[in-house]
Design a protein around this ligand. Structure first.
Ligand code: TLP
Length: 356
């Protein structure tokens, strides 16, 4: 059996979720008549302190709905150069919505560069530029290694945006991880943004689904955008039932994933050939890179070789960007699995060092 650290998306529904799914009361959600979906949406709105919520099939669709709803055709969306929205969502805002994406640098902690952000904001006055309608943030930040933006950092961006009449959307796929790491309620962390997408199907272990939250008026319009994208589901209460269990039972245990991730980070830091910034590891994601005895960093091909070796030793990891390897802890991964994973990674490293 593999120790699968490729992502927290690999988690399976818990027995409590399967039971809730089996027993779920359902109705046609396009008519707004699925009582289980309605309950999940109310719960999501309450937890995030927003007026309303919408159940959507995936995080990618949730982010696309937000961008298309906030920004009309020809209106610009500003995103970070390391963001999931920019790298891994097939350019949704631009390809589907006709919104140009303006890309600003991301700092190692996941924060957008404020000077670049100020420079990227455009208004209607110049006919050459697309006026900015939306700024997107990510918290926790995937490609930065699960780093967390504080409430103050979010507020700084939101103030700049709102002063300029621009909305803010947070890709909070792992917002409960971020809030857990900060030790504050999610609603405080998302207080200043206009909309948030968060995933039920990552660390929270539901099989499917994400939530989009915001004002009542925003969610009313987002429902139409969801329809446009083909995301209006019918008796999806069977899925929402697992989402309710995810929010009620799976949030508190995220701290365990963070402890295990830290344990992995310190174990990796002790291995020769591994470069890792342990102080950057604050949630359930870590990044590391590899170098040979001369200190030369491994390239993409060498990393692919290592990932295969690690697999042979029972550990599944994934590449992230050109030179990083990502590990993600999640439900089902216990401290003893971390120790086994470290042994497997060490063995894989020894074997590739011999190949050089
Ligand atoms: N991330 C996946 C991969 O796509 C990389 C993962 O394994 O981490 N926002 C963020 C920050 C994400 O990390 C992800 C998924 C999404 C959005 C998209 O969610 P889904 O997969 O539900 O479309």
């Amino acid at each position: 059996m593999y120790i699968d650290l490729r992502s927290d998306t690999v988690t399976h529904p818990t027995p409590a979720m399967r039971k809730a799914m089996y027993e779920a009361e359902v109705g046609d959600d396009v008519y707004g008549e699925d009582p289980t979906i309605n309950r999940l949406q109310e719960l999501a709105a309450k937890l995030t302190g927003k007026e309303a919520a919408l159940f959507v099939p995936t995080g990618t669709m949730g982010n696309a709905i937000a961008q298309l709803t906030h920004a009309g055709r020809g209106q610009a969306v500003i995103v970070g150069d390391q963001s999931h929205i920019y790298h891994y969502e097939a350019g949704g805002a631009s390809t589907l919505g006709g919104s140009p994406m303006y890309v600003v640098p991301t700092h190692p902690d996941g924060m957008l560069d404020m000077d670049a952000l100020r420079g990227a904001i455009a208004d209607e006055s110049d006919e050459h530029t697309a006026a900015t309608a939306l700024i997107c943030l990510e918290n926790s930040h995937n490609r930065c290694g699960g780093t967390v933006l504080s409430q103050e950092q979010v507020a700084a961006i939101a103030t700049l945006a709102h002063t300029n009449g621009i909305a803010v959307h947070m890709d909070g796929a792992r917002i409960f991880n971020a809030a857990t790491a900060l030790g504050i309620p999610v609603r405080d962390l998302v207080r200043d943004v206009d909309s948030v997408m968060f995933c039920l199907s990552k660390g929270l272990s539901a099989p499917v689904g994400s939530m989009l939250v915001g004002s009542r008026e925003f969610i009313r319009r987002a429902r139409r955008t969801r329809k446009l994208l083909g995301g209006g589901m019918r008796q999806a209460g069977v899925l929402a039932a697992a989402g309710i269990v995810a929010l009620e039972e799976m949030v508190e245990r995220l701290a365990e994933d963070h402890e295990n991730c830290e344990r992995l980070a310190y174990g990796l830091a002790d291995l020769p050939m591994v470069s890792i910034q342990t102080d950057q590891v604050v949630t359930n994601i870590l990044l590391f890179s590899l170098h040979n005895a001369d200190g030369q960093e491994y390239n993409t091909n060498q990393i692919a070789l290592f990932l295969n070796k690690a697999r042979e030793h029972g550990v599944l990891l994934g590449p992230m960007g050109e030179k990083n390897i990502r590990a993600v802890t999640h439900h089902g991964i216990e401290a003893e699995h971390i120790d086994q994973a470290l042994a497997g990674i060490q063995a894989a490293l020894q074997e590739i060092a011999h190949l050089e």
